[in-house]
Ligand binder design. Structure first.
Ligand code: ZN
Length: 232
């Protein structure tokens, strides 16, 4: 069995001149997507909750829900409909920007957006959702010397665990950028999985440190969304 792991970033409205606006899914559109999943018998699950399905130990109609970067708009605009549907999700946090913002996006002109604070991250976890790790500073690991890459991966885990008071076993490579050395570093840091932006459904024989995901973008209509969940 294969499992669709969906990727979102912002759940928020966006102005027409914003670069990379495809990363912003409107709250109403997101709510409609979640309600359709529910209506069609899908269970939306965090990576943590979906591991038995990803590994092929369990079968079922499952869509894994992931968000990158730990944005506050996900807590504000996605959490209510996730609760309504009884779904769980994973958000991958940038450890040094808890209570900060997406300063790594500044150079490419994406507006400054708030990341969840420690309190808000704990609130996200208390709702039954998962806190994942996304390095310390949202670095592109392929442009980072090995020693620093190792620190970015392993310290993101320990810092988030300290803030959360719970284990953080799942990791996401910023920009999807990774190589075999980074996959080994993630394993050695104690992570159980790491997700990429390779566009495919997850299969049981995938490398657990190179798991593919499917992008959901701002302009995806409902048929496009459902096509991605069912067939992509
Ligand atoms: Zn990211």
């Amino acid at each position: 069995m294969t499992v669709p792991i969906l990727v979102y970033h912002h759940i928020a409205a966006v102005g027409s001149s914003v670069p990379f606006r495809s990363l912003f899914v409107h709250p109403k559109r997101f709510a409609s997507q979640m309600r359709w999943l529910k209506k069609l018998g899908y269970q939306g699950l965090s990576v943590r909750d979906a591991i038995p399905y990803i590994k092929g130990e369990k079968t079922g109609k499952v869509a894994v829900l992931t968000f990158d970067d730990g944005f506050l708009n996900v807590l504000e605009n996605a959490a209510p409909v996730l609760a309504e549907c009884g779904f769980t999700a994973t958000n991958y946090f940038v450890a040094n920007q808890i209570g900060g913002s997406n300063i790594w996006d500044k150079a490419i002109g994406i507006p400054e957006m708030a990341c969840m604070s420690v309190t808000q991250m704990r609130e996200w976890a208390a709702l039954g959702h998962e806190v994942g790790a996304h390095t310390l500073d949202h670095v592109n690991l392929n442009d980072t010397p090995d020693e620093e890459a190792r620190r970015q991966i392993s310290e993101s885990k320990s810092r988030l665990e300290d803030m959360l008071g719970a284990e953080v076993p799942h990791f996401c490579y910023p920009y999807g950028a990774n190589n075999q050395t980074h996959r080994l570093m993630a394993r050695e840091a104690g992570f159980q999985t790491a997700v990429t932006t390779i566009a495919a459904r997850a299969k049981p024989n995938d490398d657990p440190f190179g798991i593919p995901r499917i992008y959901i973008r701002r302009n995806h209509t409902l048929p496009e969304f459902l096509y991605r969940v069912y067939f992509r």
